[in-house]
Structures are given as C-alpha cells and as structure tokens.
Design a protein around this ligand. Structure first.
Ligand code: SPV
Ligand code: MG
Length: 565
C-alpha cells in the first residue's frame, strides 16, 4: 500500500532536510510538497498556468501547486496541442514558471516526447529546472488533445511501462513525482482496460495515476475509484464533468483535482474584450478602469525587489531614481514663462532644470524622470525620462507625483524641478538613515531675502536644529503647513527634496492611492501628502540644513539666483 512507502520516504526526506544540530527546519523541497499533496488523505487542488505571470497568479490565489498544461502552453504560443512546440521550448517556459513561484509545478509531459529515452532526458532536465513532477500519458508521439476525435490509438502497455521505469530511474531528486495518465476511457477501451493499465503503471513505479474522462458526468471516475481503492493516489481533470460537486470527488477518494485550462481560457476572453473595445472606440478610456493597473503588474513581477537590490549593489547614488516635479508654469514669473515652464528659465546660459540634473548626475543619479505639464515640449533634455501630467492646470504636485507612480519604486529621490542645491546637501541626504527623509532648512524662518508675502511650507519637528557637532539624535517631522506669515512655532522650511527607500516609496504609493480613492489627490501639494503620511503614523525623518539651496518662485528669487550662479 502506498501509505507505507510514504512513511519511509518521509523519513528519508526529513534526514535530508534537517541536518544534525540544525535548529531550523528548511522549507520542504517542491518535489516533497507535491508528493505530500498527492499522498495526503485531503483532496488537493492544482491550477493551470501557462507562463511565469499566470503561475504567479495561481500562487497569489493560494493554490498549493501549478498544473503546467500542455494545451495552455501550446495555445499561449499560438500553436496546436499536438507537440508543435518542441519539448525544449516547453522547458524554457517551465523554467520561467518555476523561477517565478515557490509552489510545486506538475508538468503535463504529454507522451514524454517519444520513447523511454526521451522520457529519461526529459525527467533529468525537469529536475534540473526545479520542476516537482511530470505527468505522462499512454498515447503516441505526436499526441492529440484528449478532447479531439474518437478512438485515439493508445501505447502498448509494456512499452509505456518502460517509459515510466526510465523516468523514475532518471530523477535526481528522490521525491520527484511521476504521474501516469490512463487514456483508456478517453479512447473508448472500457473500464477493465483502464484498471489493467493503471495497475501495470503503478507496478512500473508511477507515484500516482491520472484517470481521464471526457464524459459530462463523473460516473466513469467514481466507478474507477471504487474498483481502484487506495492502490496509488488518483488524479482527475474535471474539465468536461465540471458540474459534479467537488464533494463527490472527496467521497470517491480522489487525491488531486487539476483545474486544467481555465486561466488560459479566461485570458482569451479578457483579451478579446479589451482588443475589440479599443479597436471600436479608438481610445483607451473605456477599458482603463477595467484592467489591471500597470503598477500592479510591476508589483506582480517584483519591481520592489529589484529596486532594493539596486540600492544594495549599485554604487552610491547609482541605485537611486530621481523624480523631478516640473509641471507648473510659474505664473509669478510673468512673461518669462510665456513659452516655457519656470524650470526651463535660463540661468546664465543654462536652463535651471539642466543645472539641477547636473548636480544629480554628479552624485551618481542618472535615472531621472521629469514630470512635465505646462509647455511640455520645452523640456527636451538629453538623458531624462519624461512623464506627462496633462492636467497640470487643474491639479497640483501630488497629482504630478502620481503620474510618475510607475517610477516610484524605491530607492528614489523626489525633488521640485525648480530648486537648486549644493551637492554636499544631496550627498548628506543619500547617506541619511530612514525610509522617508526630507530636507528642512532650519535657517529659513529668519531669512529676509524673500518676498514678504510669499507662502512658505513650514515644518515642526521632534526637536529644533542645534548645529552642535555632537548632536546626532534622530529628528522626525511632526507637522507641516503653508503660511505666508512668519511661523513662531516652526522649526524650519520644507524645501521639496526627499529621499525614499523601497519601503518608503511603497508608503508614498499607498498614500497616493488612498488620495485617489478619497478624491483629494487632484488638489493636494507635496506638504499635504507628507501631512497625511505622518497623520497615518508613517515616520518621516528630517535632515536639517542651513541654506545652500535656492528655489525660484518669483522674479525676486530669479534675481538672486542669477546673482549667485
Ligand atoms: C492539458 O491541460 O493539456 C491536459 C488536460 O492534458 S486535457 O486538456 O484535459 O487533456
Ligand atoms: Mg495536455
């Protein structure tokens, strides 16, 4: 009985995965998890996937395993389920699926792509690529899908047993699973033949048998299970008899259900709908709200992990992406901004934004995204990525930042596009601890070099600036507000330059999403975004500086900038 063998195998796996003296158990191998799913008395479910993305979605949905369907992988490649895709092309696909997921994959190996020799090589390669098991069917290469035609020829029993033995002898992992698929009912050879074949395949070393039926009811399946008993785990594919309640499979003693092709078919339905809607409307607007946001695709494919790795492995500053908010006109600068946004105002022969980007580049930040809006064509600088906020007239800084949300995967730097700062200030910010760190000018509140009626973004922090050499205590943001009057309780001025780690960027994305949902995004500026973050309990660290930066809001600022630079 297979339960006895199971106990023995389990002991051997424990010996492998728990070295003597080890205090921590390693996660069981994918092969072991598939074996346990097949041998457990509970009914297990695995779900079809046909590439890395769909495999991730299967895992995300909570399934314990993936069925790498031959039909679906072929269809995804645009070919028939008749071995038109070569086995190495399938192997490539499987490698992406195995890399993308932590759950076991049972591969539909069709007939094994030939005779015993092809099965040997297939199993060796599957083990090398981290696949947990293979299912081979007792038909002939090239195969035909079981739901096409009648009286498909079956393999000779002894020849097929040779394929099974060869596969089992070739596995490099003790727990790799070989499932033998019995097509006798599909081919119309009857129940006795199905049982005879299942028995032979189990004796040849198959870890489980898959009994396939194309009837609309599960009678054949339940009859097979009643005669088969518990000789080996039974796997089924209820595509045709989908109306049968799942409880009937439990009661029949089935071990595993394969939901065989439903992600591929769902994708066909969704892709057809979207393609038709876009073709007819010549616009994306109707479908945009109905489909997965690009941001979620980044999340699914692990963009945040890459951003964290960049921070770890690239040289200082090199892992950072800068997002510069440069969508507004700068109306206070009058005719100077008639044909260009204020960030492109000439400052002694060079646009302000170009100077800002040069400072970033010198500190190793070469991945620069500029959010454009007013006179966007005027921002044509080499080496930047442009993202447009075409609603710049009705929206504010937070909405501009949200336009770059696809780039907001940390570590990153957010800056107003109309400020300039000394490089040492940027280097200090890049080196500062914290997931969200913003620069505050402690000197600003007593500065008299600015237009008197100008609104300032004031901040209050956990403690004031001291300037002491010995003072390295953490400072965090406590409040932020705009006011044109002097603010006695402020500790300094928010200058619009902030560093985010990957985690900090995730917090900012979450806040922007919340602002979209509650309808506050369009009108909000950056200080409002920060006020919300701290209101939600997110720590915002402060890096105090005393000067060495400039912003350009009006002619007053521009005059002092031109004098200085
Ligand atoms: C597959 O998913 O490719 C299968 C199952 O082999 S079935 O199409 O039902 O035969
Ligand atoms: Mg198949």
């Amino acid at each position: 009985m297979f339960m006895d063998e199971q106990a023995t195998k389990r002991l051997s796996t424990m010996a492998r995965t728990l070295p003597i003296g080890s205090a921590r158990a390693e996660a069981p191998a994918k092969t072991t998890r598939l074996r346990d799913l097949l041998q457990s008395p509970a009914l297990a479910f695995i779900m079809e996937a046909h590439n890395g993305l769909s495999a991730k979605i299967v895992e995300e949905a909570g399934f314990e395993g993936v069925w790498a369907s031959g039909l679906s992988m072929s269809a995804a490649l645009g070919v028939r389920d008749s071995n038109e895709a070569s086995w190495t092309q399938v192997l490539e696909m499987l490698e992406f699926m195995a890399d993308a997921t932590a759950i076991p994959i049972l591969v539909d190996g069709d007939t094994g792509y030939g005779n015993f020799n092809n099965v040997r090589r297939l199993v060796r390669k599957l083990c090398q690529r981290g696949i947990a098991g293979v299912c081979i069917e007792d038909k002939l290469f090239p195969k035909t899908n079981s739901f096409i035609g009648e009286n498909q020829p079956l393999a000779d029993v002894d020849e097929f047993c040779g394929r099974i033995k060869a596969g089992k002898d070739s596995q490099s992992d003790d727990d790799f699973q070989l499932v033998a698929r019995v097509e006798a009912l599909i081919a119309g050879w009857g129940m006795d033949e199905a049982l005879r074949r299942a028995e032979a395949y189990q004796r040849a070393g198959a870890d489980a048998v898959l009994i396939h039926s194309k009837r609309e009811t599960a009678d054949e399946i339940t009859d097979f299970c009643a005669s088969w008993g518990a000789r080996a785990p039974v796997v089924i594919v209820p595509t045709m008899y989908h109306r049968t309640p799942t409880q009937a499979f439990r009661e029949a003693g089935v071990s595993m259900v394969i939901w065989a092709n439903h992600n591929m078919r769902a994708a066909v339905t969704a892709m057809r709908q979207v393609s038709r809607a876009i073709k007819e409307s010549e616009s994306l607007t109707a479908v945009e709200g109905e489909i997965t946001p690009v941001r979620e695709v980044f999340e699914l494919t692990g963009q945040a992990e890459l951003a964290a790795a960049e921070a770890r492995y690239l040289a200082a500053g090199g892992g950072y992406r800068a997002i510069l908010l440069a969508a507004s006109r700068g109306t206070a600068l009058g005719p100077l901004t008639e044909r260009r946004p204020k960030c492109m105002i000439d400052v002694r022969g060079e646009p302000l934004l170009q100077r800002l980007i040069r400072t970033l580049n010198k500190s190793g930040l070469r991945d620069v995204t500029v959010v454009r809006g007013y006179c966007k064509e005027a921002i044509a600088l080499a080496g930047i990525e442009a993202v447009d906020n075409d609603r710049y007239d009705e929206t504010g800084e937070a909405a501009s930042l949200a336009c770059a949300e696809g780039r907001l995967y940390g570590p990153c730097l957010i800056s107003y596009g109309d400020i300039l700062f000394r490089r040492h200030l940027l280097d200090g910010l890049l080196a500062a601890d914290g997931d969200i760190v913003t620069v505050v000018d402690a000197r600003r509140r007593t500065d008299s070099s600015r237009a008197p009626d100008r609104a300032v973004d004031w901040v209050r922090c956990s403690r004031p600036f001291t300037g002491s050499y010995l003072d390295d205590e953490r400072v965090t943001l406590e409040a932020i507000w705009s006011d044109s009057a002097g603010a006695d309780d402020a500790h300094g001025e928010f200058i619009g330059l902030t560093r985010l780690s990957a985690e900090g960027a995730a917090e900012v994305r979450a806040e922007l999403d919340a602002m979209v949902k509650d309808g506050t995004l369009d009108k909000a500026d950056l200080p409002e975004l920060f006020a919300r973050l701290i209101g939600r309990g997110v720590a915002v660290d402060v890096l105090y500086v005393t000067g060495h930066w400039l912003d350009v809001d009006d002619a007053f600022d521009l005059a002092s900038l031109r004098n200085l630079v």
